[in-house]
Design a protein around this ligand. Structure first.
Ligand code: 6GU
Length: 266
């Protein structure tokens, strides 16, 4: 697929083309990432792209004529533009189902805004979708666009070393939309932190059952210490919900000089 990103900061996307899954997808011919700078096609003098909001108020608004000129520059005045996703915290929440849907498009335009965002007529008349990556405000759409390009690009043929990685990963239909089981690798013991015996047993059936039992419905553990569960004694088999986040949370807790690891053991 081809993804066209419209932005005031095209060079920010250079590193994405060097990131492994996207480079693989590009090498396999399944991804082409292009950037377009609103300033190149703006009809306004001095490379201007924004204006003050009608009715007053803080901040600047990206003009609808600037966005229309950018789309025309890329796709021509008459030819049909591809699906146009505009990024905004007001948009539909981006999730794995949307990633799968958008990754099925041949071509996609992603519009990044800055300042207070776009003139509403961009959403109403130039966009097919308005998308948000979560309930918080970013300074602009570029980081959101990078998250979306990554989530789409890694789904394209050739992006991952092993396409099976996609089938069983978190949020996939194969896991009923749940999160994947925890992973372990060598060493079998580190600082007294062990690995569930069953994973070392070589018993594939038992391993499968252990993994199935640990498909989760959300993050592995709460991020804050002092939670009810997942604060055990470091034996992961007695603490089935511990995952990578559990390790981090515990490391932070243990690093606190006043922390008594016994006091909040679940
Ligand atoms: Cl898509 N844009 C901005 N500016 N902030 C956001 C966002 C998008 N998604 C969440 N916050």
């Amino acid at each position: 697929m081809r993804i066209d990103v419209f932005t005031l900061f095209p060079e920010w996307f250079d590193w994405m083309e060097r990131s492994r899954p996207l480079r693989n997808a590009h090498a396999a011919g399944s991804l082409e990432l292009c950037t377009f700078d609103y300033r190149t096609t703006t009809p306004l003098r001095g490379g201007r792209v924004d204006d003050t909001p009608y009715g007053g108020g803080p901040g600047m608004v990206i003009r609808v004529d600037v966005v229309a000129a950018a789309l025309e520059g890329a796709y021509g005045a008459t030819s049909r533009a591809p699906r146009v996703v505009v990024l905004s915290p007001r948009g539909r929440p981006f999730d794995d189902a949307m990633a799968r849907e958008l990754a099925g498009e041949d071509q996609l335009a992603i519009l990044c805004g800055r300042y207070e965002g776009f003139d509403e007529r961009v959403h109403a008349h130039l966009a097919s979708d308005t998308v948000s990556i979560g309930p918080y405000v970013l300074s602009g759409g570029e980081i959101a666009a990078m998250a979306i390009v990554d989530a789409l690009g890694r789904r394209l043929p050739g992006a991952l070393g092993n396409d099976a990685s996609l089938e069983q990963e978190s949020f996939s239909p194969a896991l009923g939309g749940g999160t994947e089981h925890p992973h372990y690798t060598r060493p079998p013991e580190f600082r007294g932190w062990g690995v569930p015996e069953v994973l070392l047993s070589g018993h594939h059936g038992e391993v499968e059952r252990w993994r199935r039992d640990r498909v989760g419905s959300g993050p592995a553990v709460a991020l804050q210490p002092g939670r009810e569960e997942g604060q055990g004694d470091g034996d992961p088999d007695r603490d089935p919900d511990r995952g990578a986040l559990g390790g981090d949370a515990d490391r932070r807790a243990d690093a606190r000089p006043d922390h008594d690891p016994e006091s909040d053991a679940g």
